[in-house]
Design a binder for this molecule. Structure first.
Ligand code: ADP
Ligand code: ADP
Length: 231
């Protein structure tokens, strides 16, 4: 699904150059659940932004679903993004002025799905994640755990083959964090590919593989503890 070859990203501001990713190469197969870990500033967010086609690399190759996407312009990237990638952020990124229902519906509007189908799909998903009684509430009326469940639903509503999650439990207490991780595990079991940036070894233990970054380079890859325990 994802194949990076010697991917490099340099940020340039005035005279300062900063190499955020330095010739990174790896592959992620369809259906894998991968964590990306490493200290602050090592390039995790940059990597997620490039994988999610929000940003462009300086050099190197990125093949997504068999297609070279590293040189696409914003329009080309956004077409692929809308159909194939769901995002989950640490601070939920819900729109405060829209209800739970409307937040989850938004990606379907962007994809021009007809109203009757939108209604049916949003209601089915809201039911599945246990927040039907909150459909007409606004994000600020929900607990953090509930807001992140809404954000997960918004990421899933278009049934994208790839979910990218940036510290999805970073603003949650451990019990709500575990609920969100369990939701991600269900998605993984249903065949969705997940790439998650996390500082938490506990969260990473839910994934199958951990990519460790340091100063923009991969320093090691290992199977997560949970997978090892099962083997
Ligand atoms: P992480 O997510 O692991 O904390 P980032 O990907 O945010 O790391 O950052 C990697 C490096 O790139 C850091 O040195 C950071 O300062 C730099 N960087 C990130 N974003 C920008 C930007 N927009 N402009 C300039 N430098 C940036
Ligand atoms: P859950 O376990 O259902 O995710 P919590 O246990 O965190 O939710 O919260 C218990 C109840 O209090 C829930 O119905 C939730 O909506 C409500 N609640 C929690 N935080 C807030 C808040 N900041 N504002 C309004 N209601 C809240």
């Amino acid at each position: 699904m994802i194949k990076l070859n010697q991917l490099t990203k340099v940020y340039r501001t005035d005279e300062i150059e900063s190499t955020a990713l330095n010739e990174v190469s790896f592959e992620i197969k369809k259906g894998e659940f991968v964590s990306v870990m490493g200290p602050s500033g090592c390039g995790k967010s940059t990597l997620l932004n490039i994988l999610g086609l929000l940003d462009k690399p300086e050099s190197g190759s990125y093949q997504f679903l068999g297609e070279e996407v590293s040189h696409l312009n914003e329009k080309g990237r956004s077409n692929i993004r809308k159909k194939n990638i769901g995002f989950i952020f640490q601070n939920f990124n819900l729109i405060d002025e829209l209800t739970v229902f409307e937040n989850i519906e938004l990606p379907l509007l962007y994809n021009k799905v007809p109203a009757s189908e939108r209604k049916q799909r949003v209601n089915a998903l809201i039911e599945k994640i246990g927040i039907s009684h909150r459909a007409s509430h606004f994000p600020q009326q929900l607990s953090g755990g509930q807001q992140q469940r809404v954000a997960v639903a918004r990421a899933l509503i278009t049934r994208p083959p790839l979910i990218l999650a940036d510290e999805p439990t970073g603003n949650l207490d451990s019990s709500h964090g575990n609920e969100v991780m369990e939701l991600l595990c269900e998605l993984h079991e249903a065949g969705t590919t997940i790439v998650m940036v996390t500082h938490s070894p506990h969260d990473a233990s839910y994934s199958e593989r951990i990519i460790n970054l340091l100063d923009g380079q991969i320093v090691s890859e290992n199977k997560s503890k949970l997978t090892q325990a099962v083997i």
